[in-house]
Design a protein around this ligand. Structure first.
Ligand SMILES: Cc1cc2nc3c(=O)[nH]c(=O)nc-3n(C[C@H](O)[C@H](O)[C@H](O)COP(=O)(O)OP(=O)(O)OC[C@H]3O[C@@H](n4cnc5c(N)ncnc54)[C@H](O)[C@@H]3O)c2cc1C
Length: 304
């Protein structure tokens, strides 16, 4: 049976939900070895839903460093003779995955919606087509958030990483949360996004951010308002922004241009608020509210 590595990510004392989802996918693909890298991550690492866990816990691994993390994972790949590495399509996963594939001279499949021994399914052309790839060699794949339910933690064997941590000329001096609130867009279960219908950055701050906060959601945006300088690019959802697949996506004052849909139409449940009943966003919405957002959002906020 082949060995599949799952690279888990930690959030405080917990394993990120997306990593548990990846662990669940991997469980049907062979012997699964989980890897958790960081500083003081041992307690959280034990919760990764894989039968074997290798923990690289070291102060030199406090922050994500592509050189060190790529080296640690590739050393473990060789140690356990793995033929697949799965990782969440998070900020880290999207950076580490291709680097790892290059280092190992493996293939890379990004943003997969399905993964299994019979192939990997991923969207192409802004989600217009789904392509199935069945690689005939070893592969690194990143898996999109919410593509699978999370695996449950269970006790398995735990080992400490015994390899080398290389020097890196990268140095993290500041970590600034430029977030869309406290939740990272690509990992959020709920995303509340605003568009040009909000008319100003002040209205984005007074309508979208508090609503997102009240719902424990990440705040997203259309490109129109990113280009207008109302919010940073880190908030942008769409073809040239982030791809999100939350349980609930709220599109407020967003027309639903194809480039926006490309980044959010995979959401499980879409609710749109728009005063134009003909707006294309309603074609993908499960629920549509035709009306003035300046009347609807305050009511929604007060109810929440
Ligand atoms: C190469 C390329 C890449 C692109 N990438 C992206 C991308 O990644 N993400 C992205 O979003 N766009 C992208 N775009 C831009 C995209 O084509 C649209 O221009 C953009 O999504 C429009 O943003 P919007 O919906 O906020 O604005 P608009 O299209 O102007 O829509 C505003 C909506 O608000 C509604 N509205 C107005 N007032 C109210 C009110 N009071 N109450 C309720 N509703 C109201 C209007 O009816 C309208 O539907 C890209 C374009 C190109 C060419």
């Amino acid at each position: 049976m082949s060995t599949v590595i799952v690279v888990g990510e930690v959030d405080g004392n917990e394993i990120k939900n997306i990593s548990q989802q990846v662990a669940a996918v991997a469980s049907g693909m062979g012997n699964v070895v989980g890897i958790v890298i960081g500083n003081n991550v041992s307690e959280a690492a034990m919760k990764l839903a894989t039968s074997k866990i290798i923990i690289a816990d070291d102060e030199r691994l406090e922050h994500y460093d592509p050189v060190k993390f790529t080296s640690v994972v590739s050393q473990i790949v060789k140690q356990v003779s793995a033929s697949k590495v799965l990782i969440g399509a998070t900020n880290m996963g999207k950076d580490l995955g291709p680097r790892l594939a290059a280092e190992l001279e493996w293939g890379y499949l990004g943003d997969c919606l399905e993964a299994g021994n019979d192939g990997f399914v991923r969207p192409n052309f802004a989600g217009k087509i789904l392509a199935k790839s069945n690689p005939n060699g070893p592969v690194v794949a990143s898996i999109r958030n919410n593509a699978y339910p999370a695996g449950e933690s269970w006790s398995g064997s735990v080992e400490n990483f015994a390899g080398n941590i290389p020097e890196s000329n990268l140095n993290t001096s500041t970590i600034e949360n430029v977030g869309a609130g406290t939740v990272e867009l690509t990992e959020a279960n709920i995303v509340v996004s605003g568009g040009r219908g909000l008319e100003s950055s002040e209205n984005y701050d007074s309508h979208i951010r508090p609503l997102a906060e009240a719902m424990g959601a990440a705040a997203g945006a259309s490109r129109a308002i990113v280009d207008a300088g109302w919010v940073p690019h880190s908030h942008q959802v769409g073809q040239t922004g982030k791809t999100v697949t939350p349980d609930l996506y709220l599109a407020i004052g967003i027309s639903g241009a194809i480039q926006h849909l490309g980044g959010m139409s995979g959401s499980k449940f879409i609710v749109a608020i728009n005063k134009d009943a003909e707006a294309p966003i309603f074609k993908v919405a499960d629920y549509g509210i035709v009306g003035d957002l300046f009347e609807i959002v305050p009511v929604l906020k007060s109810k929440l």
